[in-house]
Ligand binder design. Structure first.
Ligand SMILES: [Zn+2]
Length: 74
């Protein structure tokens, strides 16, 4: 999946789980989306740039919606 991740920006989606770009010990995204956003805000002090919905095609070609948050290092 295409993200816009750099060292300064993280893209958290309910669709994909990955390692936190800062501490690398915490999984962010997936079913723990709320906790992931809180982790970036409270543990690392990043700021929230955007929250919204996005749509992707799953492996079967069905369109599914997911929630995304974009946070930036400050
Ligand atoms: Zn972290």
């Amino acid at each position: 999946m295409d993200g816009i991740d750099t060292d300064e920006v993280v893209y958290i989606t309910t669709l994909v789980e990955k390692n936190c770009p800062v501490c690398r010990s915490q999984r962010i995204g997936g079913s723990n989306w709320d906790g992931s956003v809180n982790h970036m805000l409270k543990t690392h002090g990043w700021k929230l740039l955007h929250v919204g919905s996005d749509w992707s095609d799953d492996y079967a070609g069905k369109t599914i919606s997911h929630t995304v948050a974009v946070l930036a290092r400050q």
